[in-house]
Design a protein around this ligand. Sequence first.
Ligand code: NAD
Ligand code: UDP
Length: 319
Amino acid sequence: MRILLTGAAGFIGSHLCDRLLAEGHEVTGLDNFVTGSRENIARLGSDPRFHLIEHDVSQHIELSDTVDAVMHFASPASPNPDSPFGYPQLPIQTLKAGALGTHNSLGVAKACGARFLLASTSEIYGDPQEHPQRESYFGHVDPVGPRSVYDEAKRFAEAMTMAYCRYHSLDTKIVRIFNTYGPRMRLDDGRVVPNFVGQAFRGEALTIYGDGTQTRSFCYVDDLVEGIYRLLLSSEHDPVNIGNPAEISILEFANRIAGMFDPTREISFFPDRRGSGDPQRRQPDITRAQTVLGWSPRVPLEEGLRRTVEYFRTKFPNK
Ligand code: NAD
Ligand code: UDP
C-alpha cells in the first residue's frame, strides 16, 4: 500500500513508519514538528519508499499522488501544563489537529477511496466512572476543563470519522490508545515515563502529582504498533481499545523506575492535578481487540522499561 501517515515524526508515528516500511509499504509522512523531531525519522531519509511532507495537518492537504490508506496520528499528546510540548500550552493547535486535521485527512481518504485509521485515545473516557473501560462506555469528560482541548477534539474526531464511514461509506477504523511508552518519547514533553526516567538519570527526586494512588496501565510501543497494524488490515469500523491491562499505581510505577537506578532515590509529592482533570484510574478492557484482532500485549513492563531506559541513556552520554 501507499500510506499517508500524519504525525510521522512523533513517538508513535516514527515506530509506525518502521513497521509499515518493514511490511513493504510506501509511506508518506506528514508532520509540522510541533512536538515531534527530525531525529525520530532521520534514518528513513535514505529509504526511497519514505517521503516527508512538512505541513500543518489542519491546513488543506494536497498530495501529488493517490494513496491506499490514511492514518491520522498528528496531535500534541502530553497533558502536562509545565511542558511547552504539552497540549495545555498548545490548546488551539490541539483542537485544530483533532478537528480540522481529521476532516482534512478524511478528505484525502475519500478523494483517493483509501481506508482511514484514526488515532483516538483513552482520554475520550475522561476521568472514568466505569472500570475497566470498555468501548461501549460513553465517558466522563468536562467539555470546558483544561483537558477538553484534547479530549473533545478526539471525541469530535471519532464522530467525524464515523460520519464519513456511515454517510460516505468510507472504510474507517478507530484505535483508542491507552498510555503507551518506549524509545523516542520526547524527554521534555512532561509525560510520566520521560519525566521519571529523566529525573532518575539526572539524580533528581521523582515528582509525583498527588499521593500516587492514581493508576495507569502502560503498553509498550511495539505491542501498540502490532495492534494498530492488525486493525488497519481488519474490517472493523467500531472503536477498538489498544492498551496493556496491567494496571499500576503511579507510586508503584515510580518505585519500579527508582529501583532500576537507585532504590533509595527520593520521591517528592506535589499537589494533585485532579482539578485539571487528571484521571484517577485507567485500565483498558481489551476483549474486543482480542476477539476481533486476535491481539494481546506481549511485552511485560519490566522488559519495556529496560528498553526505554536504554534509549534514554543515549540522551545522557555521561551516565
Ligand atoms: P507525539 O507528540 O510524539 O507525536 C505527535 C506528532 O504529531 C508529532 O510529530 C507532532 O509534530 C505532530 N503534529 C502535531 N500537530 C500537528 C499538526 N497540526 N500538523 C502536522 N503534524 C502535527 O505524540 P505521540 O505520543 O506519538 O501520539 C501520537 C498520536 O497518538 C496522537 O494523536 C495522540 O493523541 C495519540 N495517542 C497517544 C498516546 C500515548 O500514550 N502516546 C495515547 C493516546 C493517544
Ligand atoms: N505524573 C506524575 N508525575 C510526573 C508526571 C506525571 O505523578 O512527573 C502522573 C500524572 O499526574 C498522571 C500520571 O502520572 O496521573 C500519567 O501522566 P501522563 O502525563 O503520563 O499522562 P496521562 O495518563 O495523564 O494522560
